[in-house]
Design a protein around this ligand. Structure first.
Ligand SMILES: CC(=O)SCCNC(=O)CCNC(=O)[C@H](O)C(C)(C)COP(=O)(O)OP(=O)(O)OC[C@H]1O[C@@H](n2cnc3c(N)ncnc32)[C@H](O)[C@@H]1OP(=O)(O)O
Length: 418
């Protein structure tokens, strides 16, 4: 069995065995505050664990560190769905913190991802300060909002009235909802294809302890001509104040195959009787509802970092996506943690395809792999990163060319955590 040693600690890394999963997971839960969770949730995460891609750090017979990498496939600009290691379940016991255990797990993991031939690693971070040193850049952002639906109305596009809505038990509608999800995946960079059975059930987890007094999960499906064209999952919590009802809708998921299907679902969510607030989180930054509301200020929109992206094989990652306009630039890449990426790469590409090869030519832009990760999905502009001092233009005009090329007509979006 392969082993590594964390610098400065007597901690050994081993691939996770089935028998050790409970100890692995208990370390993770404790690091996240020690909350208990339902048997159903625990069983599902065990089912989703890809044991040969997960490691535990051991101090003698104690699990003191955990990390895993799901074998995701992620949409990239241009619509290709590309292998990406979904880094997950990272924890170090507080008794063993700040001794390099995380660093040793990240070292092992990125070496593994390279060996598996996956060009990208992605994650959602518990704290934004942790992963930059390992080459991850924030590549997608997401919108949360608290909408005063007593005062904010929604104007909807033609065709919305032709969409029929009906309630369904979330589990009964699962297959139809999954078909909608699968159809939407190629449309936005950052979306994850359901790569293994079980992922479709993550959205149905509904532990009572996490409802905070709200209803069990509800589901409404949108249909046109008998076909399911969208769905929303949400909870409601009714309340009564001195002026009457002040109920809230907690929106968990909403997908539509076309603008009218989406608008019908949004209109429904805005209009549920006895509610006057809609709270939502994790939505795309460019979603249509923001341009359909009568008063965006009363929606209290806020932005948050979501998916962190790390090119593990710069050449493969940059040639897997397409570019909005033709680009021909030499990138000088700095990557201290994965030195195989360091040096100059010539990227040539357009909306049809791309190649990215080693070169000795003079560099046009200099940046670290973290900035490349941030810009990769098209949601963070190289021009903005240059203004922040994180990208250097070495040939006049190269920044604008690359920045437009790397952009995406639709904002990248990570629809769910992992
Ligand atoms: C993808 C996911 O699963 S995200 C979930 C991450 N897990 C959590 O947040 C659970 C609670 N926290 C923990 O378990 C741990 O504190 C961890 C995993 C964040 C860090 O583990 P440690 O073993 O203490 O990290 P390690 O000692 O390897 O630190 C490496 C470097 O990162 C820095 N670092 C570690 N944690 C943090 C942090 N939360 N914020 C900023 N910097 C950090 C260290 O200071 C160190 O910096 P240096 O190299 O300049 O000295």
């Amino acid at each position: 069995m392969a082993t590594d040693w964390a610098a400065g600690s007597a901690t050994e890394l081993r691939v996770l065995r089935q028998d050790d999963w409970d100890r692995f997971y208990d370390n993770l839960l404790r690091a996240f505050g020690g909350a208990t969770e339902s048997d159903e949730e625990r069983a599902l995460w065990r089912e989703l664990t890809e044991f040969d891609r997960f490691v535990a750090a051991w101090d003698g017979d104690l699990v003191v560190g955990t990390a895993g990498a799901f074998s995701f496939r992620m949409t990239v600009p241009g619509g290709a769905v590309v292998p990406a290691a979904g880094v997950t379940m990272v924890s170090v016991a507080a008794t063993h913190r700040r001794r390099g255990v995380l660093t040793s797990m990240m070292r092992r993991q990125l070496d593994d991802v390279r060996r598996w031939g996956e060009p990208l690693a992605v994650l959602t971070a518990s704290e934004p300060g942790i992963y930059g040193r390992f080459g991850y850049g924030a590549g997608t952002f997401q919108v949360g909002a608290e909408i005063d639906t007593a005062r904010v109305s929604l104007s909807v596009p033609p065709g919305t009235d032709g969409v029929r809505l009906r309630y369904a038990a979330p589990a009964d509608a699962l297959d139809a909802c999954e078909a909608v999800y699968a159809a939407v995946v190629p449309r936005r960079p950052g979306m994850l294809a359901r790569h293994r059975p079980g992922w479709e059930r993550v959205g149905l987890l509904d532990p009572e302890g996490e409802r905070d007094g709200a209803s069990p999960l509800q589901c409404v499906v949108a249909e046109r001509d008998g076909e399911v064209v969208g769905f929303a999952r949400f909870r409601t919590k009714l309340g009564w104040g001195p002026s009457g009802h002040d109920g809230t809708v907690f929106l968990e998921e909403l997908y539509g195959l076309d603008p009218a299907a989406e608008a019908a679902l949004w209109r429904f969510v805005f209009g549920i009787d006895l509610t006057s607030t809609v709270k939502l989180h994790g939505r795309p930054v460019d979603e249509a509802w923001q341009y359909q509301v009568s008063d965006i200020r009363r929606c209290q929109v806020r932005l948050r970092d979501a998916l962190y992206v790390r090119p593990v094989d710069v050449g493969a990652a940059l040639s897997a996506r397409t570019y909005q306009v033709p680009v021909d630039v030499v990138l000088e890449v700095e990557d201290a943690f994965c030195p195989w990426n360091e040096g100059r790469w010539r990227l040539t590409g357009d909306a049809k395809g791309a190649s990215c090869e080693r070169t000795r030519d003079a560099a046009d832009l200099a940046l670290s792999v973290r900035e490349l990760g941030a810009a990769y999905l098209g949601g963070v502009s190289l021009t903005a990163l240059a203004a922040a001092g994180r990208v250097r233009e070495l040939r006049r005009g190269a920044l604008a060319e690359a920045s437009v090329g790397f952009g995406s007509a639709v904002a990248p979006w990570l629809p769910h955590g992992f």
